[in-house]
Design a protein around this ligand. Structure first.
Ligand code: PLP
Length: 349
């Protein structure tokens, strides 16, 4: 049974395996959203012809609430996730859920689940989701939708060992598979993008890598992102991340790292970075560090990069100083051990 009736220790939680006992849901019909109601976490029933099952009219979000030093819970930048879900809804021709009600809902489900929160690296992971329930097979947006928020008590994405130090991962850059293309829905958080990334991730795993690095789908030259994380490199002491395009998901962690770095006096820029430049930089030691970032795994050092038949060691093969500093700074902010440079980042429940 994956629905918890009592809290589990943080090292037993894993990621996205266990659910809290409560969820929230609201229905959309006849042009308006109904009330958001607290329910027991459990199965939902939809028609087998529901458009979400056939045409993937589905969007979701992922954010966390963290246990603070004083025992309270605080969410990290929920308004950024709410705004991104509104943008995803527009891209998938769905009716956005009202943002103020959305925030209230997040607070209420966290409040109802507070006994399940654990210390670092644990968190309450929230998964707002919207699906189209209209049971008709014409290729057109539906008229009925279900919005729900699931809550998962989670531990560290890669186990609980990584409280002090980022995890180190290997990544295979690919010009064989693409995740999203210009004019598509790559910048929406929608299931189809993840379906498109699965076989690339499997391919990378089969060859001994933890994840995959996608390039732009047209020229297969510019770095984009990983299967579920954005990318940063440290080149000549400067932090750099690929400029957002409409085939990259605009990560909340990515944006936070850019702002945090600048506030700490680390120069951080967005620019187009090519795979050739990255590999050359790794080889001649101009690229000193590479890391990935996202809500689930926070900051993970990329210490090995694969390309074609070759493997490249980044720096000395361990997480570098800037990666470690940013990981520590961000996790200290999450758990209230340090004040965020932007006070609105942590929203107490
Ligand atoms: C494809 C993809 N890119 C980037 C990210 C990082 O986004 P965030 O920092 O908002 O979690 C995620 C995770 O949500 C993702 O799934």
């Amino acid at each position: 049974m994956t629905v918890l009736s009592e809290a589990l220790p943080v090292d037993k939680l894993g990621f996205g395996i266990y659910y809290g006992p409560k969820m929230l849901s609201a229905k959309y019909a006849e042009g308006k959203w109904g009330p958001l109601e607290l329910k027991n976490t459990g199965e939902i029933s939809i028609h087998p012809g529901a458009k979400t099952l056939h045409y993937a009219q589905e969007i979701f979000e992922g954010l966390k609430a963290y246990l603070q030093k004083d025992g309270s819970l605080a969410m990290f930048r929920p308004e950024a996730n709410i705004a991104r879900m509104t943008r995803s809804a527009e891209m998938l021709s769905m009716p956005p859920f009202p943002e103020a009600k959305f925030l209230e809902g997040l607070k209420s489900i966290i409040e109802a689940s507070k006994d399940f929160a654990t210390e670092a690296p644990g968190a309450l992971y929230l998964r707002p989701t919207m699906i189209c329930t209209t049971p008709s097979l014409g290729v057109a947006p539906g008229t009925e939708y279900l919005f729900y928020i699931l809550l998962c008590p989670v531990g560290g994405y890669f186990g609980s060992a990584h409280v002090e130090k980022p995890v180190e991962v290997s990544v295979l850059a690919t010009d064989e598979y693409v995740r999203a293309v210009r004019g598509g829905i790559g910048s929406a958080k929608t299931g189809g993008n993840y379906a498109a990334s699965l076989r690339a991730i499997q391919h990378a795993k089969k060859h001994g890598f933890n994840n995959v690095l996608f390039l732009d789908a047209i020229n297969q030259k510019s770095l984009e992102e990983l299967g579920g994380m954005n990318l940063f490199i440290v080149q000549n002491g400067e932090l750099q991340t690929p400029t957002l395009t409409d085939s990259i998901l605009a990560g909340v962690t990515r944006d936070s790292i850019l702002k945090l770095a600048n506030s700490m006096g680390i120069k951080a820029v967005e620019r187009t970075i090519t795979i050739d430049e990255l590999l050359e930089g790794i080889e001649n030691s101009k690229v000193e560090e590479v890391f990935a970032c996202g809500t689930a795994a926070v900051v993970s050092a990329i210490t090995e990069l694969g390309w074609k038949e070759k493997r490249f060691k980044v720096g000395n093969g361990e997480s570098g100083p800037i990666t470690q500093t940013l990981f520590q700074e961000l996790t200290n902010i999450h758990y209230g051990k340090k004040k965020a440079p932007f006070p609105e980042w942590m929203l107490k429940v």
